[in-house]
Design a protein around this ligand. Structure first.
Ligand SMILES: *Cc1c(COP(=O)(O)O)cnc(C)c1O
Length: 223
C-alpha cells in the first residue's frame, strides 16, 4: 500500500533541503511504482538485477533507476543500458566491469563507492583504507576509465535505534566524503553525492550531511 500523503509531505520537505529522495521499490509491484510516478516521483531504487530489468521494461522510460544492492560483476551487463546510478561499488574489479559495459552502450555510468560504516558483518562495502587504495588504482588508471564517473559515497548504518551510534556512523561517512572531495581530483569533478539514510534513520542521516536518502517501507509499506 502506497502512502501518498506521506510522499507528498516528505518529497516537499526533502526538496526544500536539497536532498534527493530515492523511493526504494524492491519487492513491490509495478502498480505501486506507477502510483508514485504519477504523483511526480522519478528516482526509484532496486536491489535485485532481474527484478529491476523487468520493471524497467514495463514502466515509463524517464524513471531514474538506482541500483542500491550488492552488484556482482557478471550482472552489470543487464543494467548497463539504462541504470542511472549504481550506489554500492565495493571493488575495483566491479568498477572496471561497469566501465567496460558502459562503453558497449556508449554511456557514462555514475557510481558511488560504498563505505562500510555499520559494525555488522552482513553489510558490504570498503573500509577507509580500502577506499583510499581504490582511489590510488583509480587515479593511476583513470585515463582508460572514460565510461564511469565516481559521484560520491554510499553507506548503511547499523540496524539499531541508538541515535548516538547512528550519528557517529553517518558522520564517519561524511568525513571520508569531505576528505576525498578536498584531497583528490574528484572534488573538482562530479563528486557531490552522499547517499545515506533509510526509513528508520533518514532524519539523522540528513542532519549528519546526507543529500540522498533511500526510503522504502515508509512509502510502500513493510516488505
Ligand atoms: C531496502 C533498502 C533500503 C530501504 O530500506 P527501508 O527500511 O525500507 O526504507 C535502503 N537502502 C538499501 C541499500 C536497501 O537495500
Amino acid at each position: 500500500m502506497v502512502n501518498k500523503s506521506l510522499w507528498e509531505k516528505l518529497s516537499k520537505e526533502l526538496t526544500a533541503m536539497g536532498v534527493t529522495l530515492v523511493a526504494v521499490s524492491k519487492t513491490k509491484p509495478v502498480e505501486d511504482i506507477q502510483e508514485l510516478y504519477d504523483l511526480g516521483q522519478r528516482h526509484f531504487g532496486e536491489n535485485y538485477v532481474q527484478e529491476l530489468v523487468s520493471k524497467q521494461e514495463t514502466l515509463p522510460a524517464d524513471i531514474h533507476w538506482h541500483y542500491i544492492g550488492h552488484l556482482q560483476s557478471n550482472k552489470v551487463k543487464y543494467i548497463a543500458p539504462f541504470v542511472h546510478l549504481i550506489h554500492a561499488v565495493d571493488s575495483f574489479k566491479l568498477l572496471l566491469e561497469i566501465d567496460k559495459q558502459a562503453a558497449k552502450f556508449k554511456r557514462t555510468i555514475d557510481v558511488l563507492l560504498q563505505l562500510h560504516i555499520a559494525d555488522e558483518d552482513t553489510k558490504f562495502g570498503m573500509d577507509e583504507k580500502e577506499i583510499f587504495s581504490f582511489m590510488d588504482y583509480y587515479t593511476a588508471q583513470r585515463a582508460s576509465l572514460q565510461h564511469v564517473r565516481i559521484c560520491g559515497l554510499m553507506g548503511m548504518a547499523s540496524n539499531v535505534e541508538n541515535e548516538t551510534k547512528l550519528r557517529a556512523e553517518f558522520s564517519r561517512l561524511k568525513n571520508v566524503f569531505i576528505h576525498l572531495k578536498e584531497t583528490s581530483f574528484l572534488g573538482k569533478e562530479h563528486f557531490n553525492t552522499c547517499s545515506m539514510g533509510m526509513s528508520s534513520d533518514y532524519k539523522i542521516a540528513i542532519e549528519e550531511g546526507s543529500n540522498m536518502v533511500r526510503i522504502g517501507s515508509m512509502l510502500f509499506g513493510s516488505r
